[in-house]
Design a protein around this ligand. Sequence first.
Ligand code: PAD
Ligand code: ZN
Length: 361
Amino acid sequence: MPHEVRGVVARSRGAEVSIETILVPDPGPGEALVAVRSCGVCHTDLHYREGGINDDFPFLLGHEAAGTVEAVGDGVTDVAPGDFVILNWRAVCGQCRACLRGRPWYCFATHNAAQKMTLKDGTELSPALGIGAFAEKTLVHAGQCTKVNPAASPAAAGLLGCGVMAGIGAAINTGGVTRGDSVAVIGCGGVGDAAIAGAALAGAAKIIAVDIDDRKLQWARGFGATDTVNSRESDPVEAIRALTGGHGADVVIEAIGRPETYEQAFYARDLAGTVVLVGVPTPDMKIELPLIEVFGRGGSLKSSWYGDCLPSRDFPMLVDLYLQGRLDLDGFVSETIGLDQVEEAFAKMQRGEVLRSVVML
Ligand code: PAD
Ligand code: ZN
């Protein structure tokens, strides 16, 4: 018997989202039914609503979530009803070329639920990032559920399911930030601030936050930024060099996804330094760089998908650090809201008023 629950649906490009009754099937083989407890509002949900990801409307939005497993299908052994889990969009397959080479964080064939959630009239829904968690219950592949310590606040823990993991991982996993490094982060929204928190956890000696909004820079200090630069007021490349003995930072993380800020990142790093692009550009964007500079500066230019995370390795560890008071996940929760306030939360996000609005269920 399918479960009738409320969910936030984007029906067509650019249209406001609406609350709909959706039908969630009981879990089949390899699947898990999850009672959602919290789900953060991420920029990617807005990208879906605007048709910026693909045209598979209607979408069931929400993907940054924590919940309790309610039921599992045949063959599921890693999670059981009652488990407190963070949902992930990297349920590794174990069989693709990345997994077989021992690099499952790049998995190219991640799992999602095989059965579809639908509207009452039978229209199939496309769940955002294969999750769809702005809903009282959702159906996912069991591998998308990562069990963590239930002592964690669901609102905080759920954020590790997407943006906060992407930022922390961009610093630690992709950027390889380590003790004593100088790090600059360009763009201090939820993802950029998570990169700052990750750099602080890894022992970076200097962490420079760059944004065009002073309120964001102030929040960035709370996550561990040692210096801040308002790039509307001064040239960020010059400022980062000045703060690093004239050399540039060892690791520069771009957390916006724009050509001009990527170029700033490119020129603001030290020789042999690393640039990490975690912000997501749109398909029309282009950059032009002198090839001699790409060669002459050495080092590496990297991109970070989901912070190169391995949920089974990273989520429980980061929740433990949070519970020890070493990672301020609560600081990312600007407000908690109801399912009917997602549209309002998109507007607040666009006005820069919040790091994360989190829907509580
Ligand atoms: P956000 O909109 O909350 O933050 C963006 C920040 O950039 C804001 O603080 C802005 O003030 C600031 N900003 C904008 N323009 C400039 C500029 N020219 N110079 C300096 N600062 C500027 O977004 P977010 O933090 O939620 O997400 C950031 C990006 O990360 C976004 O592109 C999102 O799609 C991407 C993301 N990537 C992954 C991944 O796996 N790579 C995962 C999740 C999100
Ligand atoms: Zn997201």
